[in-house]
Design a protein around this ligand. Structure first.
Ligand SMILES: *Cc1c(COP(=O)(O)O)cnc(C)c1O
Length: 395
């Protein structure tokens, strides 16, 4: 049998190297990476500042464990918390692990404040929070849970953008409301602005915590450092990963002082979390994100790409139904009988990599460093892909 466990349906292409927004395959084909390793490679491939930070650290020190002070970790935590709502950070290695930490922190906060019965969370349909048992229980996607036993207890799921349903689900055992500001895997499904703001007000009204999963939306993806900034609200706890260190595995749980104070030595941990290599790259990534005008450029280029996608929708209404998303987190809603997979395959034949999502959506999550020329390449490839689908009449 294949020595790699078959958990993925892989596209039979391997890459030899990456340069900025482009990937070069082992057979010499050049692709524009419109998926960015699923919203991870935000600074593009082989960014010189990231390569320098990683190699410099690699020559000095790789790992010491969290038994000791890690100056790179303290420095990164200070800089990151200064740039957002949070006062403290915990570091781990992936998105699911960050969500696990966020869920544990919400529970612990109530426990140390005399309300240990508050351990449940209200979550939203269509969410994705990771593949661990607790995060599968949180999202309650039947496809992801199939065969893995009863879903983890402690989650009450409601349809998004319905405040009555949310309010009705909050009870004396509720610790938190958990939401993605813009659902990624679910199909680039945004929360309505008023509903998003009401999540904050509702959490306050019932004395529960607001936990945001910004694993995909964070670190500049939507044109702000974090997507919740668009709504003018802040969470109590936020989970991050994906774009945090441009492709080096890293995750973070961020929280306000009041909430983070619930954690004391021995309550949570990770062997690799916040190790010097990850922190060196995370610091270098943050340097770039915080450069003057970087996020404004993401917003501008995202709007340009979005406008081009809308024009494509108008040219191929029989293939594309609509465009949704914000910044450089965009989705094409593909019209049946065509599928997101068909359109993605055709785009790849024209040199563009994309990634599918729920609700028949084809996602674009390109590196945040793309500019006008790359936008033109993306749009031309999608135009050719739509034309090919149309002339073939295949679904
Ligand atoms: C990718 C993702 C996760 C899971 O991250 P992993 O690093 O794969 O564990 C969780 N939540 C959201 C919103 C994601 O996009």
């Amino acid at each position: 049998m294949n020595a790699v466990m078959q958990t993925y349906g892989r596209i039979p292409i391997a890459f030899e190297r990456g340069e900025g927004a482009y990937l070069i395959s082992t057979d010499g084909e050049r692709y524009l990476d419109g998926a960015g390793g699923i919203a991870v490679v935000s600074m593009g491939h082989s960014h010189p500042q990231l390569v320098a930070a990683l190699t410099e650290q690699a020559q000095r020190l790789w790992h010491v464990s969290n038994l000791y002070e890690i100056p790179e970790q303290s420095r990164y935590a200070e800089r990151l918390t200064a740039a957002c709502f949070a006062d403290a950070a915990f570091f781990c290695n992936s998105g699911a692990e960050a969500m696990e930490g966020a869920i544990k922190l919400a529970r612990k906060y109530h426990a140390v404040n005399g309300a240990g019965e508050r351990y449940r969370a209200v979550t939203l349909e269509g969410s994705f929070h990771g593949r661990t048992l607790a995060t599968l229980g949180a999202a309650q996607n039947p496809k992801h849970l199939d065969g893995f036993g009863p879903p983890a207890d402690g989650f009450d799921i409601v349809p998004p953008n319905n405040l009555n349903a949310l309010r009705a689900a909050i009870g004396p055992q509720t610790a938190a409301i958990i939401a993605e500001p813009l659902q990624g895997e679910g199909g680039i499904r945004p929360l309505e602005n008023e509903y998003f703001q009401a999540l904050r007000a509702t959490a306050d009204e019932f004395g529960v915590l607001l936990v945001l999963d910004e694993i995909q939306t964070g670190f500049g993806r939507t044109g702000k450092l974090f997507a919740h900034e668009w709504a003018g609200i802040t969470p109590d706890i936020m989970a991050c990963a994906k774009g945090i260190a441009g492709g080096f595995p890293c995750g973070a749980v961020l929280a306000t002082e009041r909430v983070a104070a619930a954690m004391s030595p021995g309550t949570h941990g990770s062997t690799f979390g916040g190790n010097p290599l990850a922190m060196a790259v995370a610091n270098a990534t943050l340097d770039i994100l915080l450069e003057d005008g970087f996020l404004a450029d993401v917003e501008r280029i995202g709007a340009l790409l979005g406008d081009g996608l809308v024009a494509l929708t108008e040219r191929y209404p029989e293939i594309i139904e609509s465009v949704r998303g914000s910044g450089l987190m965009l989705g094409l809603v593909v019209r049946a009988p065509h599928t997101n997979g068909d359109l993605g395959n055709r785009a790849r034949e024209h040199g563009l990599l994309t990634v599918v999502a729920g609700e028949n959506v084809l996602r674009l999550l390109p590196p945040l460093i793309i500019r006008e020329p790359e936008v033109e390449v993306v749009l031309a490839a999608l135009d050719s892909a739509c034309a090919a689908l149309k002339s073939n009449g295949d679904g």
